[in-house]
Design a protein around this ligand. Structure first.
Ligand SMILES: [Zn+2]
Length: 382
């Protein structure tokens, strides 16, 4: 992986490159950053840069044997340690070690460019609802790997993804390794929750803070995904610098259920302010026939749209998180939501969520709900 394949993070890249040029390569480094900001691909690109004999113009060459092997995540001097567990259907007697999961690791890193969540990783290795961890056996394995000399490269590198998944014994073993640096050996840790690490580990590593992806870079990325000029800045803000979050938002624009939920909300509000009772009851009948999960999502989305419309009325539309059709509708709808009804509207929707959760009868819940909403919206002609 080359630096140029990573979205934004120009300041971090420049910092890493400078430290190599100045010969200040610390033997234990802790990359910290939230999910989706690119801390893992940065650490891999850094490993590739360090071991490339032909690095130039602030990047590894990408074509030499060392670069090629790291691109394939199959370099003999680059070891990955990642949280794992026993896959479903396998005997829990065997000790699950990272090395057994390298085919899945190569697949997910290559497919996503290094941007994936911890959950996606657990799905890839099919450990069901179990959490992964880094065991003491893994720490023993690291020591064993390090006792061999580097095969061919300048640095032997151990990259530990999510060190916060180490138990205390494993962390203490690792600490001993870090405390007595091995010649030409680097530890790169990539953490999403450094607060969960042993303070002694944090204090013995040099930290590389990876912030959110730059807003301008994210806007540009979203436009290239086909998001409109108007929506891209809002979605960039909503993504909070996480590429994964941005990808989820783009996907949500395309899912049918999200669209259906929005359509039901719009119908309910239109029929309410036009006081069309017969059609409101038809609306209630349709919604009552949906699945409970979908009904709940409809209410959750409705609460969000009501709150954001209210913020527009209150003149704070710049903190609204709406975009696309939702934004267009709520801008026109906003005058109907104000101090006199916003609390009641939200509490009626919350009531429905509770009633559905308690297995109430939707054929009774929704007609009552629709008529109540119509009373709250109807009389207010702005
Ligand atoms: Zn190279």
């Amino acid at each position: 992986m080359q630096f140029k394949a990573i979205l934004g993070q120009e300041a971090v890249k420049a910092h890493l490159i400078r430290s190599v040029e100045a010969g200040r390569v610390s033997h234990a480094q802790l990359f910290t950053g939230n999910e989706g900001v690119g801390a893992l691909p940065l650490a891999i690109a850094y490993a590739q840069y360090l071991n490339c004999p032909h690095r130039h113009q602030g990047d590894s060459c990408g074509v030499c044997p060392s670069c090629y092997q790291i691109e394939q995540l199959a370099h003999p001097d680059l070891h990955f340690v990642v949280p794992v567990n026993t896959p479903k259907g396998k005997s829990s007697g065997e000790k699950p070690l990272s090395s057994r999961f390298m085919p899945q690791w190569r697949e997910i890193v290559t497919r996503t460019g290094g941007y994936f969540s911890e959950q996606q990783w657990y799905e890839a290795i099919e450990i069901d609802n179990k959490q992964g961890n880094i065991s003491t056996f893994e720490a023993d394995e690291i020591i064993r790997d390090l006792s061999f000399k580097a095969f061919e490269s300048e640095y032997k590198i151990v990259l530990i993804w999510l060190p916060e998944r180490m138990n205390v014994q494993a962390a203490n073993k690792l600490l001993k390794i870090i405390e007595e640096p091995w010649e030409k050996t680097l530890f790169l840790m990539v953490s999403e929750s450094p607060d969960k690490l042993l303070p002694t580990i944090v204090s013995r590593t040099q930290s590389v803070n990876v912030p959110g992806i730059e807003t301008e870079v994210m806007i540009d990325y979203l436009r290239r995904q086909g998001v409109s000029e108007a929506d891209a800045p809002k979605m960039a803000r909503l993504s909070r610098g996480s590429l994964l979050e941005a990808q989820r938002l783009v996907a949500s624009l395309q899912t049918n259920e999200h669209q259906a939920s929005f359509d039901y909300f719009v119908q309910l509000m239109r029929l309410s302010y036009e006081n069309r009772h017969m059609e409101l009851l038809e609306w209630a009948e349709t919604v009552a026939s949906l699945g409970r999960e979908e009904q709940k999502n409809l209410m959750v989305n409705s609460i969000r749209l009501i709150r954001d419309s209210y913020m527009m009325t209150a003149g704070v539309s710049e903190i609204s998180f709406l975009f696309g059709k939702e934004y267009d509708f709520c801008k026109r709808f906003a005058p109907y939501v104000n101090n006199s009804n916003v609390e009641r509207l939200v509490s009626e929707m919350e009531l429905v969520i509770r009633q559905i959760g308690q297995n109430g009868n939707p054929k009774i819940i929704f007609p009552h709900f629709a008529l109540t909403i119509s009373k709250l919206i109807g009389p207010l002609k702005p």
